[in-house]
Design a protein around this ligand. Structure first.
Ligand code: SF4
Length: 374
């Protein structure tokens, strides 16, 4: 059977940078949108030569791309060899999900939307420097439903400055009550080089105590379960059968193309990374038809490590049989010591041929995963 292959498409434009964001995305570069999209389409047309099972247009803010540029992208999407049951996600921010863009997504074959809300309180959104409010989110969500989008994810964040456990509960309730199919809940990480990093080093960021953050995460798990969402990955919850197949390809260490500035690919155990710079990306595509600045052939050890720490993100964990089939060696030969350590202290559970994090292990997942580095 053919391997599943995914395609990630990066749109690096944002209306404004959020205060916590260290993604390869830029504000104030709208004049490059059209040239960038032309270069992006060239990369897609030139590189992607396998049947595609899932597509994810992410960013940045894909919905911030002009209609003209999105139309160009549609031409490239139309040319791809796509699976019959393709999952095709487009991500965006509430204020830029216009009816015209939603309609164009439909025509493009998009069947899953991912909307970045983060929090339902406008005060928190403002403090994050987000460009939208709750009302705009609801408007975008309702328009998407009216246009027939049946699979919608909403991105949320907890552990925000000044966020109370009560506010987090309110956000979860509002979103779950809408009946969205999928919810991602990420804890805020203060990344170097962001405005939040600076503010935090000056003691100007009032972050919730570790204990409140733990409570927020635990509440999300329990509450979402009671609303019919199954937690299938550390930060992801879905109604039955509506897990994000695109992300599963990453967590299963399967092949994916990444096109656009800052995008990475993983193909036949080789990792490729494109330049982050939009200008350089356009230039490299024009000059060499290639914007890759880094290529790394994974060793078997690299693949084993990645298989483990990506796989353990899934609540189902990894299959020992799959490990053996993939690497031609039983998992105990490589990881006996670490498996014993974490099964003894009950952070890992080993049963029915699978290895997965326990409830306590999920809370300490970074600590566990680090030890799978060879
Ligand atoms: S919208 Fe997303 S990508 Fe853009 S700055 Fe905010 S968090 Fe970063």
């Amino acid at each position: 059977m053919d391997k599943n292959t995914a395609l990630y498409i990066h749109i690096p434009f944002c209306k404004r940078k959020c205060a916590y964001c260290d993604f390869p995305s830029f504000a104030g570069k709208e004049s490059l949108m059209l040239d960038y999209t032309k270069a992006l389409c060239e990369e897609i047309d030139y590189r992607v030569d396998k049947k595609i099972d899932t597509i994810f247009i992410g960013g940045g803010t894909p919905t911030y791309l002009s209609l003209e540029a999105l139309k160009l992208l549609k031409n490239s999407m139309d040319k791809l060899d796509k699976s019959k049951d393709l999952e095709f996600t487009a991500e965006g921010n509430p204020e830029s999900f216009s009816i015209e863009k939603l309609q164009l997504f439909k025509e493009m074959g998009v069947n899953r939307l991912s909307i970045g809300l983060q929090a339902s309180q406008d005060t928190l959104l403002k403090a994050l420097d987000r460009v939208h409010n709750l009302e705009q989110f609801l408007k975008a969500y309702n328009s998407a439903r009216e246009l027939g989008f049946k699979n919608i994810n909403v991105d949320l964040m907890f552990g925000l400055p000044n966020q109370t456990v009560e506010q987090w509960k309110e956000t979860l309730e509002k979103v779950a009550d809408l009946g969205v199919e999928h919810i991602s809940c990420y804890s805020l990480i203060i990344e170097e080089g962001t405005p939040f990093y600076k503010m935090n080093s000056k003691g100007k960021l009032l972050l919730p105590e570790e204990e409140s953050e733990r409570q927020m995460y635990e509440y999300a798990i329990e509450f979402l379960k009671s609303k019919g969402y199954e937690q299938y990955e550390i930060s992801n919850f879905a109604k039955k059968g509506l897990e994000c197949r695109h992300n599963m390809i990453y967590w299963n260490l399967e092949d994916y193309y990444g096109c656009g500035s800052g995008a990475s690919s993983y193909l036949n155990s080789i990792r490729y990374r494109n330049t982050d710079s939009i200008e350089k990306y356009i230039y490299m595509m024009e000059e060499k038809n290639n914007a890759c600045i880094e290529e790394h052939k994974n060793s078997t050890e690299d693949d084993m490590e990645e298989f483990m720490f990506m796989g353990l993100r899934k609540l189902k964990g990894i299959s020992e049989k799959e490990f053996e089939e993939r690497f031609s060696v039983p998992i105990e030969y490589i990881y006996n010591k670490v498996i014993n350590k974490f099964t003894n202290n009950k952070l890992l559970i080993r049963e029915k041929g699978r290895l997965y994090l326990s409830k306590e292990g999920i809370q300490l997942s970074n600590q566990v995963m680090c030890e799978f580095i060879l």
